[in-house]
Structure formats: C-alpha cells, structure tokens
Design a protein around this ligand. Structure first.
Ligand code: KG4
Length: 343
C-alpha cells in the first residue's frame, strides 16, 4: 500500500442499518451492511431495539469491511461516521465506536451529515474508471423515510435546501398507507412491486397546493385513508381485490407530486443535471419518471445503484474522503445530533 494513500473507514448507524465501508483514494473497497429484521414485527423501527442491534453488529461489521477491503486497521488514514440526523440511541453507538477507534489508532475522526452523505453517494467510485458523476451545480431530489427535499448542490461542501416537506416525508407516507392496507413493513418495496401490476389511473387522491418548492404529504395520506374507509363499507374485501390498483395509484400520485416541484426548480434555475437519492429513489415509478424527464426535457440524470439508495456506509466514507481533503475534522467532544439539516 502506498504511503500517500488516503484510506477512510466509514461508519453508518443513524437508523436501523449498521454499515461499514472502506474507501481508498475515493474508490470503494468494501461496503458491509447488517440490516435489522427485528423491526418487521412492529411495523416500524423501534429505537431501543435498533440501538441494541447496533451494539451487537458494529464490531463484526467493521471487522468484515476491513477484511473484505484487505486493509489492516493500522493502515487507515481517518474514521468517518454519521453524526446525525437520526435516532439518538442508534447514532450514539456508531459515534462512540468511531471516536474510540480513531482515538486508539491516533488518526483523525470526521463527522458526516447523513443527508450530505446521501447526496454524495453519487460520487462513490467502484473502480478508477468510474467517471459517470454529476458536475456542479446540480439538483438532487432527496427522498427517504425521514426527508423529502430538493437540494441545490453547488459543491461537495456547499448545499442549499431549496424545498422540503412541511409535514410527512414521501417514504413515510408510502409506509403509512401500506400499513393501512395491512401490508408489511417497510411498505416502499411492497407498494413498488404491487404497483407494477396495477393501473396508476384507477383512483385519484388529494394533491397539495403549497407554494415554492416545498412538499406536503399528510393530506394525501388522509385522503387515502378516508377513501379506503368509504370503499371498505361497500366491499369489506376491497383492499384484497384492488391492492395492485391502489398501490399503482398511490405511487403515481406521490411521483407526480415529487416531479412537479423538481421540474419547476430545474426550469427556474436552468440546471439540467438532476440526481435522486435516499431510500425512495429505489422506487421503479420514480426512476421511470426520471428517465422520461431526461428524454423530454434534456436532463442529464443520475440514479444511484440500489445498494446506495438506502442507508449505507459507502456514502459516509466518500463524504469523509472529501472532508479529509479539506482538513475538516471532528473533535472528540462534538456530540451526535438527532436533528440537523443541510444549509
Ligand atoms: O433512506 P432510507 O433507507 O432511510 C430512512 O430515511 O429511514 O429510506 C427508507 C424509506 C422507507 O420509507 C421505505 O419504504 C422507502 O425508503 N423505500 C421505498 C422503496 N424502497 C425503500 N419506497 C418506494 N419504493 C421502493 N422501492
């Protein structure tokens, strides 16, 4: 290994995935994630169970990531970790481990904003030749279980949130509607699968009327719930008989809401490079809408690989790599934060 190599260990533990990744000179060597099935029975993430599972997983996951990368801990240049936003108990496990590990090795620790990590997932290189990355400025639609934002990305370290949800996030709305239908958790992948077999125009649900580039999904959720309640009065088997059409119509409405504001932002800023990130970016309807917009409006689009849509440490590692080059380090007494935004 070259002495000048910059080798970053990334650690992610903000919600229910314990993940570790190793990045050498900006190229990903390993990315290991332990997901927590324990929450499925509860229809949502149970914070206390999540932090306990992180405690069990963090050491083996880091160990695996180093082994798969073929890197010894003494060769690491710095340890990057998710500092927030997220569940405090979950964050504390990753933050404490990362700080202790970095301190024991005598190397810098780098705190990473989880949201910035999602955006910079587009810069993860799987090999030296991997050059298909956005250039600045670009727009990024960040859609997950906790966020729905339009971000104007001016540089690695300069991002401006120009629109965001004023209530529920898109993923949260999908998960809640899926729960109402009695489907499993998380609802996103299930709705996605059912939607492929249904008619997106079968039903219409309320859409928000708010200004600027902001989003709102709570009205849609209520409209879905009330419509379902009425239909179930006439046919108690309504969900079973129409679940594909319900999923397709719900997905269609959410994608339509998301793309309308994004289209407006692209038009107003004149920016034609548009990326999507976060857990909901795995959704096939949303991915197709991006492709249609690329063809129709001449956008150059950036859609992440499925493995980088949900929470992963590769995105934390790549963000840490950029911050390392800026000399932007974290002090031992800087705590985890559960709530934080991009600027
Ligand atoms: O970014 P992420 O892993 O973490 C959180 O913010 O928690 O996003 C999780 C969200 C969940 O709401 C999940 O239902 C949604 O992403 N999701 C999807 C799909 N896969 C995951 N939503 C729609 N279609 C999918 N294929």
């Amino acid at each position: 290994m070259d002495k000048k190599d910059i080798i970053i260990l990334g650690i992610e533990s903000s919600c229910d995935d314990t993940s570790a990744a190793v990045i050498r000179n900006g190229v990903l060597l390993s990315n290991v994630t332990a997901s927590q099935a324990v929450h499925e029975a509860y229809g949502g993430v149970v914070p206390e169970l999540a932090s306990r599972a992180h405690q069990q997983n963090v050491v083996p996951v880091v160990d695996q990531a180093l082994k798969r990368a073929g890197v010894k801990k003494e060769e690491l240049t710095a340890v990057a970790f998710t500092r927030g936003p997220g569940l405090m108990g979950s964050l504390l496990v990753g933050v404490s481990f990362a700080k202790g590990f970095a301190r024991s090795l005598g190397i810098p620790m780098i705190d990473v904003n989880h949201l910035q990590g999602h955006v910079l997932a587009h810069f993860i290189k799987e090999n030296e030749e991997d050059e298909d990355q956005p250039s600045f400025p670009f727009l990024c639609l960040l859609v997950s279980g906790g966020n729905s934002q339009i971000i104007l990305v001016k540089a690695y370290n300069d991002m401006e949130v120009i629109g965001q949800t004023i209530d529920d996030a898109a993923g949260e709305a999908i998960d809640k509607c899926s729960k109402v239908m009695g489907l499993g958790y998380p609802g996103g992948p299930i709705i996605d699968k059912l939607a492929r077999m249904g008619n997106p125009l079968a039903y219409t649900f309320a859409k928000p009327h708010i200004g600027g580039y902001d989003y709102s999904f709570s009205g849609l959720k209520t409209s879905f719930l009330y419509s379902l309640r009425d239909w179930l009065k006439d046919d108690p088997e309504f969900i079973e008989h129409h679940k594909e059409d319900l999923a397709a119509s719900l997905e269609y409405t959410i994608v339509d809401i998301l793309m309308k504001k994004l289209r407006q932002a692209a038009k107003d800023t004149g920016i034609k490079q548009v990326a999507v990130a976060g857990g909901v970016s795995a959704n096939n309807g949303l991915r197709n809408a991006f492709r249609e917009h690329a063809a129709r409006y001449g956008w150059k689009i950036f859609i992440p690989k499925f493995s980088y849509t949900t929470d992963n440490a590769a995105m934390i590692g790549i963000t840490g790599y950029f911050k390392y080059q800026d000399g932007d380090f974290c002090k031992i007494d800087q705590p985890a934060y559960s709530r934080v935004t991009l600027k």
